[in-house]
Every structure is written in C-alpha cells, then in structure tokens.
Design a protein around this ligand. Structure first.
Ligand SMILES: [Ca+2]
Length: 181
C-alpha cells in the first residue's frame, strides 16, 4: 500500500514536471557556419563575405565580412523565412573585429518591407562596443514576430565604423514557437 502511494506520488510529480516543461516550451536554432556555407546570410550593399577558418568562435568556421563603406553594409538574414507568426524570439550574434577603430559599436537592425515594397527600419538593441581582440555578443530580446501586411522581415548587423571588417559567428535564435532552419 505504502509502495503504491510512493509510486503514485512520483507519477504525479513526473506528470506535473512534463506539463511545466510543455508550457515553457522553447525552441532553439543556431547558425555556426560549421557546414562551410553562409546558411542564409546574404549580401547587404557592396560588402564581401567569405567563410573564414583563420578565426572563429566555434570551430571550424566563422563568416568574415569586409569591403564595407557604409554603416549598414555587411550581410542580412531573412528571418521571415524561418520564424512563426506570433512567436516571441531572441537573437544572439557574436562578432569580432579585424580592423575596427577604437570606440566602435555594433547593433542589430530590423527591416520590415510591406507588400508595396516600402521599407521601415528599427534598431533592435543598444550598441555594443566591438574590438579586434575578443568576441562580443550582440543580443536582441523579446522580438515579437508578425508578418501581417508585410512581404518580408530581415535583420542585419551594423557597425558605426563604416570601413570595419569583422568576423561573426554563432547566430542563435530562441523562441516560444518553432524555427524552420
Ligand atoms: Ca563557427
């Protein structure tokens, strides 16, 4: 009798744990360039990109971005291809400069393009100091994804040093709805 009571208690505890986990369900996806290609990061302006093996945050590759002449130039990712309507997502992107000037900062910007082709821009986080010695993390929290009335939504890193070349790596998305990488 006592044994079955303990069993029941354990069962109840297990069930309630499962329910909590389901309620808190989070999804995670990471683009670490380990496959040796850009995994969806595309061209932004006249910048040049290549898969880099000489420096990375996670082995064996990162993505190198160079040849910039504008703050916004670099590389861009279409999140509307992979996120789900109504989801609340966070983004993390790691960056290390090659030649950035002291005092430079980086951040992530979002562009929403409506069905008429009109673009609107939003800075998604505070600027983060970047340097040539260490990897720094740029974080965007609680981004509410909705494609309502829009053609696409894309995000891209910006650096206020317009000629800065840099490496980026370990682009991670977490959210409360699935991510279709
Ligand atoms: Ca990597």
């Amino acid at each position: 009798m006592k044994k079955s009571l303990v069993f029941m208690l354990v069962l109840v505890l297990c069930l309630s744990t499962a329910v909590v986990l389901a309620a808190e369900g989070t999804y995670e996806a990471i683009i670490d360039f380990s496959a040796g290609h850009e995994q969806g990061w595309g061209p932004m302006g006249g910048a040049v990109r290549y898969i880099a093996s000489e420096d990375f945050r996670s082995a064996p590759f990162s993505l190198a971005v160079l040849g910039r002449t504008q703050i916004w130039e670099g590389t861009i990712y279409r999140i509307s291809n992979i996120l789900q309507e109504g989801g609340v997502y966070s983004f993390s992107l790691w960056m290390k400069g090659m030649n950035v000037k002291p005092g430079s900062t980086a951040w992530i910007t979002c562009v929403r393009v409506d069905k008429a082709g009109q673009a609107s821009y939003e800075r998604l986080c505070d600027p983060v100091p970047v340097n040539n010695d260490e990897w720094v993390e740029i974080v965007v929290k609680d981004f509410v994804f909705s494609l309502e009335g829009l053609d696409r939504i894309e995000i891209y890193p910006e650096i206020d040093d317009v000629e800065a070349a840099y490496y980026m790596d370990d682009f991670k998305i977490t959210g409360d709805k699935p991510i279709k990488l």
